[in-house]
Design a protein around this ligand. Structure first.
Ligand SMILES: [Zn+2]
Length: 112
């Protein structure tokens, strides 16, 4: 009776070599941020909706962004505890998401 045990399986000599990460794929020259999103401001912007092609004034929805939280954190850090909530009420501290009032298409965001 010879019970074969596989304890002898040490670290293989081979298999040391394939720790290579794949070479980074160089992006082709010219960064194309393929967004046909129009440039929007912090407030309602008049533009041609790329979705319904109507000239509309965008409907702006302010949403809290990382910056809003950072601002609140900063206010906390400098001791303005009671002011820390202000960024959440100030639209200027939020991102302005623009939508078409006609078709509701998302038109872009303005990062405050
Ligand atoms: Zn539209």
């Amino acid at each position: 009776m010879s019970s074969a045990e596989f304890h002898k399986h040490g670290p293989g000599e081979e298999g040391q070599e394939y720790q290579h990460p794949p070479p980074p794929v160089a992006p082709s020259a010219g960064v194309v941020t393929a967004t046909n999103a129009p440039v929007v401001g912090s407030g309602p912007t008049t533009l041609v909706c790329p979705s319904c092609h109507a000239t509309v004034q965008t409907r702006v929805q302010y949403e809290t962004s990382t910056r809003t939280h950072l601002m609140a954190l900063l206010l906390c850090a400098i001791g303005c505890w009671c002011c820390a909530v202000i960024p959440y009420f100030k639209d200027s501290c939020k991102n302005a998401a623009h939508h078409c009032p006609d078709c509701g298409a998302y038109l872009g965001v303005y990062n405050n």
